[in-house]
Design a protein around this ligand. Structure first.
Ligand code: KIV
Length: 263
C-alpha cells in the first residue's frame, strides 16, 4: 500500500472516492487498523473517555496526547496520522503553535483543532510554518458544557449557514481538511460540495469525503447510550482485524453510514 498523504486525500476527493478514518491510541491497534487499509488514524482526545474513563474530553492533557501519539506513530504503517490538540490548546495563537509543535515532534502529520472562525489566525500561523491543520466543526466535544450536551448541530438554517461560513473561513486561513461532527446529512453534503478540501464526517451523513469513528464503537465496546451514527462491526466479523477491514470496505463502498446512522 502507498503511504497516505494529504495529496492522497485530495486525490480521493477529486475522484469522488471515499476514505476511512479511525481513532487509535496504541501501537497494536494502530498496526491492525493500518493493515486493514484504514487511510487515516486519529489520536483523538476521545482517549479521555474511552481509555481514561472521564465523562468528557476536557481533562486530557498535551502530555497524554503526546504519549499516545508516540505509541501510534511507531505502528501507523502507511496511514496518515492525525492528532488532536487538547482542550485550551486553541486559547491563543502562541499556545496553538507550541502545542502543535509538540504533537508534530511526537509524530503527528496533521493536527486537528476544535473551534470556529475565530481560530483563523492560529490556523494561518500554523499553516505558514508547515503544520497541516484539520478544523473540527459542528459538535465540538471540548465545548460540551456550553452546548448543553452532545447534541446535533446545524439543524436550523441560521446555525447551518454559520457552520458553512466558518468552514469557508478556516479553509481560506489554510485548513487542509475539515471534520464535521453530528450535523444533518444535508448540511454534511452541502459543506462537502462547497469546499475544495477533503471533508471527514462523523454523524454527518453519507456524502462527506471521508468517514471516521471511534475504534471502541467499531468494536462494540460502547458504554452508555449508543449514538445513532455508531455501528458495531464486530457483529459481522470473527475477529478485530476483520471488523476493521469490514468498516474500511463499507466506507469505501459507501455502505456505511446508512440512513439509519444519519441525522
Ligand atoms: O477525539 C476524537 O476521537 C474525535 C473524533 C470523534 C472525530 O475527535
Amino acid at each position: 500500500m502507498k503511504t497516505v498523504t494529504l495529496s492522497t486525500l485530495q486525490a480521493f476527493k477529486r475522484a469522488g472516492e471515499t476514505f476511512s478514518c479511525l481513532t487509535a491510541y496504541d501501537a497494536s491497534f494502530a498496526r491492525t487498523a493500518a493493515e486493514a487499509g484504514i487511510e487515516v488514524l486519529l489520536v483523538g482526545d476521545s482517549l479521555g473517555m474511552v481509555l481514561q474513563g472521564h465523562a468528557s474530553t476536557l481533562p486530557v492533557t498535551l502530555n497524554d496526547i503526546v504519549y499516545h501519539t508516540r505509541c501510534v506513530a511507531r505502528a501507523k504503517g502507511t496511514s496518515l496520522l492525525m492528532v488532536d490538540l487538547p482542550f485550551m490548546s486553541n486559547a491563543t495563537t502562541e499556545r496553538m503553535l507550541h502545542d502543535a509543535g509538540e504533537l508534530m515532534r511526537a509524530g503527528a502529520e496533521l493536527v486537528k483543532v476544535e473551534g470556529e472562525a475565530w481560530m483563523a489566525d492560529g490556523i494561518r500561523e500554523l499553516t505558514r510554518r508547515g503544520v497541516p491543520v484539520c478544523a473540527h466543526l459542528g459538535l465540538t466535544p471540548q465545548t460540551v458544557y456550553q452546548l448543553g450536551g452532545y447534541k446535533v448541530q446545524g439543524r436550523d438554517a441560521e446555525r447551518a449557514a454559520q457552520i458553512l461560513e466558518d468552514a469557508r473561513t478556516l479553509v481560506e486561513a489554510g485548513a487542509s481538511v475539515i471534520l464535521l461532527e453530528c450535523v444533518p446529512a444535508n448540511l454534511g453534503k452541502a459543506i462537502t460540495e462547497a469546499l475544495d478540501v477533503p471533508v471527514i464526517g462523523i454523524g454527518a451523513g453519507p456524502d462527506t469525503d471521508g468517514q471516521i469513528l471511534v475504534m471502541h464503537d467499531v468494536l462494540g465496546v460502547t458504554h452508555g447510550r449508543t449514538p445513532r451514527f455508531v455501528k458495531n462491526f464486530m457483529t459481522e466479523a470473527d475477529d478485530i482485524p476483520s471488523a476493521f477491514r469490514r468498516y474500511h470496505e463499507d466506507v469505501k463502498a459507501r455502505r456505511f453510514p446508512a440512513e439509519e446512522h444519519s441525522f
